[in-house]
Write a protein that binds this ligand. Structure first.
Ligand code: BV8
Length: 244
């Protein structure tokens, strides 16, 4: 796989780098994306199930979807794309990973400087007390699960129509405005406000690199669009960057 020499040099020279990932980076770990042909779950779309309205109207159905995903994710492991991003953290003076994914695979691959900006499927939140806790990777059994206080537990993820965590947004906003390079990996650039991050970074003088199987709205503003599987492109690209 060949890359533009200037791109490799810029990646070598950068000091502040932000990576934004979407469900495409977990596809090679066997986890369906949201909008791919395998992304549909039974006859539902994420936008129909990942909402507070859907949950309170039918908590059992929404928990069935999340439990199905948890069981799938529980069997999956990080792929080379996740691993390369984890290794980028040590190379740059200032590195932040912003992931839209709730699967926890970046953490399993060793990423630490990370914002899980849409939450984490292994965490649950009490719908009364708003307290969060990890629910280990075993099947939940009783659906929907209940808190000790008797209230419903919900997945601690950000649903459509819900605001993103303020601390995560503040951290992400600072990083995208200060970075030299922003790399998006495996996101369709469809879900806001994360879809606006590449534009904001570019408006603050950053170079924008997109890695995706296909062109997306981000391709229209990206300085480089590298087409291919992230599990192939990231290792090939990173090998060139760290090669002496
Ligand atoms: C909010 C967690 C305030 C749950 C998810 C403008 C501004 C602000 C908000 C909006 C706006 N316009 C519309 C909105 C509302 C809404 C929105 O964006 N709607 C969409 C449908 C248009 N946004 C919100 O509600 C957000 N909240 O802004 O609060 C507010 C509220 C209301 C109104 C105004 C303001 C909250 C959004 C968060 C929703 N939660 N997930 C869960 O996971 O169950 S979103 C969900 O989609 C996942 O997080 C997923 O990651 C994310 C984005 O999708 P992608 O990751 O990009 O996945 P997708 O399938 O689309 O694409 C995969 C890509 O990978 C493809 O391009 C494919 O080609 C590529 N690919 C596949 N395989 C590979 C690959 N690439 C490389 N290698 C491969 N092997």
């Amino acid at each position: 796989m060949d890359f533009d020499v200037e791109l490799i040099e810029k990646l070598r020279q950068a000091s502040k780098v932000v990576v934004v990932t979407g469900s495409g980076i977990s596809a090679e770990s066997g986890i369906p994306t949201f909008r791919g042909e395998d992304g549909l779950w039974k006859k539902y779309r994420a936008e129909e199930l990942a909402t507070p309205q859907a949950f309170f109207a039918n908590p059992e159905l929404v928990w069935e979807w999340y439990d199905w995903r948890r069981q799938l994710i529980g069997k999956a492991g990080p792929n080379p794309g996740h691993q390369i991003i984890a290794s980028m953290e040590d190379y740059y003076d200032d590195f932040l990973l912003i992931t839209q994914n709730v699967d926890g695979l970046h953490g399993k691959a060793g990423s630490h400087n990370m914002v899980e900006i849409h939450g984490n499927i292994w965490k649950v939140k009490c719908t009364e007390e708003n307290t969060e806790k990890f629910l280990d990777e075993n099947p939940i059994g009783q659906l929907p699960p209940k808190c000790e206080c008797g209230a419903l537990l919900r997945p601690a993820v950000v649903w459509f129509g819900e605001s993103l965590p303020v601390d995560g947004l503040v951290r992400a906003d600072k990083a995208i405005k200060e970075c030299d390079i922003l790399i998006t990996v495996g996101t369709s650039g469809y879900v806001y406000p994360v879809a606006s991050f590449p534009m904001i970074a570019q408006a603050s003088r950053a170079l924008v690199i997109e890695i995706n199987l296909e062109k997306t709205p981000i391709s229209q503003i990206a300085d480089y669009t590298l087409l291919g599987k992230s599990g192939d492109v990231l290792p090939a690209l990173w090998h060139k960057v760290i090669q002496k």
